[in-house]
Design a protein around this ligand. Structure first.
Ligand SMILES: [Zn+2]
Length: 93
């Protein structure tokens, strides 16, 4: 069973960031500059997870029931388990 783990990489000269499903010991290079990308962060949720979205602010919303953060693509709040309203109904941006 393989579990994907995504990492955020940054190209040192340009600051451009990409998200790659990285494998340990593998070196990734920027597509344009060819320089070696440095790992900035490992993204949560750690595999396996019901959601594919990273826990970045733009991918989160507040559950209207318990006010905890939940990922946008989840129907049920992971904290309190209650159903959240459809996307758009509680848009905050
Ligand atoms: Zn909740």
């Amino acid at each position: 069973m393989s579990e994907r783990q995504r990492y955020r990489f940054r190209a040192p000269s340009t600051g451009r960031e990409v998200i790659i499903e990285g494998q340990p010991g593998h070196t990734y290079r920027d597509r344009e500059t060819g320089e070696v990308l440095e790992v900035v962060a490992r993204l949560t949720p750690l595999a396996p997870s019901p959601s594919d979205l990273p826990w970045a602010v733009e991918n989160l919303r507040h559950c209207p029931h318990c006010a905890q953060m939940a990922q946008l693509d989840l129907n049920d709040c992971p904290t309190c388990g209650r159903r959240m309203p459809p996307l758009g109904a509680t848009a905050t941006v």
